[in-house]
Design a protein around this ligand. Sequence first.
Ligand code: GLY
Length: 463
Amino acid sequence: MFEAKIYTQRRARLRQKLGSGVLLFLGNQESPMNYPANPYHFRQDSSFLYFFGLDSPDLAGIIDVEADRDILFGNDISVDDIIWMGDQPLMRDRAARVGITETLPLEKLKETMRDSLAKGKKVHILPPYRPENVLKLQSLLEIPADKLRDKVSEELVMAVVEQRSVKIPEEIEQIELALDATHDMHTTAMRMAKPGVLESEIAGRIEGIALSHGGFVSFPVILTMNGQILHNHYHGNTLEEGRLMVNDSGAETGMHYAGDITRTIPVGGSFSRKQEDVYNIVLNAQTTAIDSIHPGVMNKQVHLRAVTTLAAGLNDLGLMRGDVDEAVKAGAHALFMPHGLGHMMGLDVHDMEDLGEKYVGYDKSVQRSDQFGLAFLRLAKELRPGYVLTVEPGIYFIPALIDKWIKEDKHTEFIDFERVNEYRDFGGIRIEDDVLVTEEGCRVLGKPIPKTVTELEEIIGAG
Ligand code: GLY
């Protein structure tokens, strides 16, 4: 937990920005896996964590702007709870740790909300993403669940996004801590990537590394020889010599700041010529993108620089043809990279995605494209110092997509499908780092993780 004054300042800034009303933040509750006493790993809501800091279930907080009161709702535990969970600090002591002096039992929340509404105060809420919180809001605000969407406060969403987007040094320190664990996860996976090893042995080992650093994984591990499946969580294959293995994984700290790194490695330790050529195109696209990150630059431009570099490399390789800029304008490169360059990162690995990508990644200056590929860009808007984002280009050979485009005669002026067919069983390559936008440009966060062909060939299988 940060010092109390950080949470106090965050709430004060939000109060000032909104100017009136009551801002309601619901924490998360335990979510049963197969029976109530056997819950999933508890994960607090990230906006609740950001403004109220406490990482346990069954809490809520309000910022009553007009009354100038911050109230934390939650219950002190009973002796029955102590028997199973051990002693816990009292609510008033927990509240003090985040700069709050006023606490009320959770049961008082409904009465407080009713009172606010009766006084004509606007209650600002964020979009709920858990069914339990949908039900709670339905009861607290006396609105049917299917009407809650209309009650979400765009003003509050935009103010929260503005604040959470710019990371303070203490948050960067946390992200770099997450990246220390993530470094160990990736270098361990590299050392283990030998023929005959199960994907699940590596996935399990690296998930354990995240746990051993005191946090959890920041999203389910993606570790696969079938890297052409972008979010492949199947870990049942046995590694084969000569195949590529994509490892997209990261840890989060005990305070829930995330790391998110991808490396692609040749099982057994040596890239074939064909793999090395494609790998270096992706690497060149990634470093070109990182070099172009500066405050004031639109991330959509960074994405377009990356995919233009990718298309130029694929032209040199004979898989694409024609004018590179025209090919990118037409979206032909999306056969090979059908996703965006990256996303914001912080307390969530896709930071604030629950609040709506159109607020996090877009604003008045940039509309989402409807072109296949570019439409999946999560972060397009202008970059500001303090933003943390991922930069993760890739090249994939997705047989179903190749067949679809062949059938539709799509972009045949820019793609040599005969050559592409020679790569049908290639798999995929993605390379990802986490980057902080600074006043001068940017900084790749965390200790360097092997990334060049030479660096990878040295470490793979070496343990
Ligand atoms: N690293 C996984 C994702 O960005 O979705």
